[in-house]
Design a protein around this ligand. Structure first.
Ligand code: ASP
Length: 340
């Protein structure tokens, strides 16, 4: 690591609100600023050390792909291993950051901080939050206290673990939250304080090609069975059930889910987005006990969108259903019976 005031941090820009400005003749803002522009707009960065800026992509974050994020991870690894960077900051749109940062978290094996940040208010609005977020992200990326914590998301002076963080508001600068526990650290002035340690999971290899054909099916009252019927015919690579509460679905859907679970990995998460899916409490048809007994795989306490990311990496690596079922415990989904 660099000595104090000589840290080397790279900023890779991917687009998003933080880089979006008005363009003549067009309504609304579009991502057109580069990493160099972003770094130049925050003179305080110079006091952290040497900041290298690289324009990587310029997209709204809804257009980012698994393959984009895999390329970011490869580039970040190169910068850390071959060029001795202390940490890497990725700037992108906030809309998909809870997904992209988690893709990176699964693929990032290094100890160096890989930190995602963005902005809720673009530079043309009053009180843009991008500059402050970039400074806090760079401070975090250069901090020894943030090392070996996997991928972090820094927004609004809060440091979140990628596996927990969620965008929870359309426009507030305080949109990012890690329910039910909260941020794992904070940035105050130039001080980075970590309040919790991330228990790192095994890293996954970067797949040679991606198969993101994994659907999320959300349970809802009085809904139709259409989606599950189509999925039974078309058979995607995997399905994530965003069940009610503790992990429940309507009784009518049970045979359709069982038929899917016999042929592809079907993972059970909760649409509440917080708390571990139950295993041993309810016995009615469509309950967690019923579904798990029919071959559905318990997905721990991850949000359904993050379960989809994890399952996409696993199926893209070519893992069969049984391997997914046995390995998922290593990703926070403690195996049945392993209760302590
Ligand atoms: N609203 C988005 C953002 O905060 C746009 C995007 O995700 O690219 O950056």
């Amino acid at each position: 690591m660099g000595t104090h005031d000589q840290y080397k941090v790279a900023v890779l820009s991917l687009g998003g609100t933080i880089a979006s400005t008005p363009t003549a003749g067009k309504d609304g803002v579009i991502p057109n600023l580069t990493a160099t522009d972003l770094v130049a707009s925050v003179p305080e960065l110079a006091s952290v050390g040497s900041i290298y800026a690289e324009a990587f992509l310029a997209k709204p974050s809804t257009e980012l792909t698994f393959s984009d994020i895999a390329s970011v991870c490869k580039r970040a690894r190169e910068l850390v291993e071959a060029e001795n960077f202390d940490g890497i900051v990725v700037t992108q749109g906030t809309d998909s950051m809870e997904e992209t940062s988690f893709v990176a978290d699964l693929l990032w094996l290094g100890e160096a901080p890989l930190v995602f940040t963005g902005a809720m208010r673009n530079p043309s609005l009053a009180g843009p939050d991008g500059p402050g977020n970039l400074l806090a992200a760079v401070l975090t990326a250069s901090s020894r206290r943030a090392r070996n914590q996997g991928v972090l998301v820094v927004m609004n002076d809060e440091i979140h673990a990628a596996r927990n963080v969620k965008k929870t508001n359309t426009s507030s600068p305080a949109a990012f939250s890690s329910a039910p526990t909260g941020p794992i650290g904070f940035v105050t002035e130039k001080y980075v304080s970590m309040k919790a340690k991330v228990d790192r999971w095994p890293g996954l290899a970067i797949p040679e090609s991606w198969n993101p054909d994994v659907e999320v099916v959300t349970s809802k009252i009085d809904g139709s069975a259409r989606l599950l019927e189509i999925l039974n015919q078309e058979l995607p690579a995997g399905v994530v059930l965003a069940g009610f509460g503790g992990g429940h679905v309507v009784t009518r859907d049970v045979p359709l889910i069982e038929s899917l679970a016999k042929r592809i990995p079907v993972l059970l998460a909760s649409r509440t987005g917080s708390g571990r899916v139950l295993e041993t409490t309810y016995g009615f048809p469509g309950s967690e006990i019923d579904l798990l007994g029919r071959g559905v795989i318990h997905a721990g306490d991850l949000h359904p969108l993050k379960v989809r990311i994890l399952l996409t990496v696993m199926v893209s690596l070519g893992w069969p259903r049984d391997r997914i079922a046995s390995q998922i415990a290593a990703f926070g989904a403690v195996a049945s019976g392993d209760v302590r």
